[in-house]
Design a protein around this ligand. Structure first.
Ligand SMILES: NC(=O)c1ccc[n+]([C@@H]2O[C@H](COP(=O)([O-])OP(=O)(O)OC[C@H]3O[C@@H](n4cnc5c(N)ncnc54)[C@H](OP(=O)(O)O)[C@@H]3O)[C@@H](O)[C@H]2O)c1
Length: 315
């Protein structure tokens, strides 16, 4: 599924593209499933505009978007010793919304056998973001996850629970049961009740709530982690709030963090072990055919997804 210019989901076209070749340290993967997340919409539309510094200022550098992948190795580039043709892998790559994609060998790991391709394709970006956000959480702590029913949130609830924390998940009415099923000991339906309680960590994955309101939910030495928002405007989307947090952090006993998640090999390894142990199960709400990628992105943008959506090539 490709495009030539920034566009909405309906601007994507199903067309033939050249099969990429793996360079040194890279791997060619036959895509069995690709994860869809908010980042795919940002790359597609070039919104917020600040993101075009990365995606391409006048035109997008990439005709095909998508990062999260699971599939089978077809060939490897020079110097790759960890993978070989036929290996089943998951991780990140360039241009995942296609039949073939190339990724760096260091960010493609063997897929645990107990996890399907669809589940594995949902992991890398969202689960690494959740893991990065939760750094420092220890058993017995109380963690509030705002946006608990979404892609990052569904992993954050499971991971914090696996680390021994007591999780309260914030979500809308239709996702309450789902968030409970992920391990949350309590839920707050933000459409019906205010956010209350005192927490060692507040993980804000959604909405654009003011920093003082979030800090009021923390213990005196608690940690506020801001991950993202989709209602921060067309220019910078939440960057203002993240900068304000970084600026205030040195002057408060509470910790204010706004990490930018990068998918690192060590984090993928940690997630892979949790997947293999059954302590983490990707929650895949729906699977779409690759040709229905516009519908998959629209479903995500409409806020209907419980957990993750993935697309699968039909070959
Ligand atoms: N910092 C980073 O490196 C990084 C990495 C990945 C993603 N992100 C960003 O993080 C954000 C979330 O990503 P995602 O993949 O988890 O998105 P997602 O799958 O769309 O999930 C977002 C969730 O937030 C909930 N929500 C929406 N408005 C809310 C509100 N006012 N209060 C509470 N919950 C609300 C939505 O459902 P309900 O309203 O139905 O509960 C939805 O479940 C995005 O903005 C994304 O760009 C940042």
């Amino acid at each position: 599924m490709a495009r030539d210019d920034y566009c909405g989901p309906d601007g994507l076209e199903s067309r033939e593209v050249d099969t990429p070749s793996p360079g040194a340290g890279e791997v060619l993967v036959r895509v069995r499933a690709a994860g869809v997340d908010q980042g795919a919409w940002h790359a597609l539309t070039g919104l917020p505009y600040l993101g075009r510094l990365y995606f391409g200022v006048r035109r997008p550098r990439a005709k095909v978007v998508g990062m999260d992948v699971a599939g089978v190795v077809e060939s490897v580039g020079a110097g790759v010793t960890t993978l070989r043709p036929g290996d089943e892998v998951f991780g990140i790559c360039d241009a995942a919304f296609a039949e073939h994609a190339v990724g760096k060998a260091k960010t493609l790991l063997h897929k645990p056998a107990n996890v399907t391709f669809e589940q594995a394709a949902a992991v890398a970006v969202s689960a690494c973001t959740a893991l990065t956000a939760l750094r420092g959480v220890i058993a017995g702590q109380r963690v509030l996850v705002i946006g608990a029913g979404g892609g990052v949130g569904s992993f954050a609830v499971q991971l914090a629970t696996a680390f021994g924390a007591a999780v309260t998940g914030v979500c809308s009415t239709s996702k309450v049961e789902f968030v409970r099923s992920l391990g949350a000991v309590a839920t707050i339906d933000y459409t019906k009740e205010p956010l209350t309680g005192e927490y060692d960590m507040v993980l804000d994955i959604a909405g654009h709530r003011p920093i003082p309101a979030l800090r009021a939910l923390l213990t005196p030495r608690g940690t506020l982690v801001a991950i993202g928002t989709e209602d921060g405007g067309r220019w910078a989307a939440g960057v203002d709030r993240n900068l304000a947090m970084k600026t205030r952090n040195p002057f408060t006993r509470q910790t204010l963090r706004a990490p930018l998640s990068i998918v690192r090999p060590a984090e993928l390894e940690e997630l892979s072990a949790l997947l293999a142990d059954g302590k983490l199960t990707p929650a895949v709400d729906r699977t779409f055919a690759l040709g229905d990628l516009p519908a998959a992105i629209t479903y995500l943008r409409d806020g209907r997804v419980k957990g993750k959506v993935v697309v699968i090539p039909q070959t």
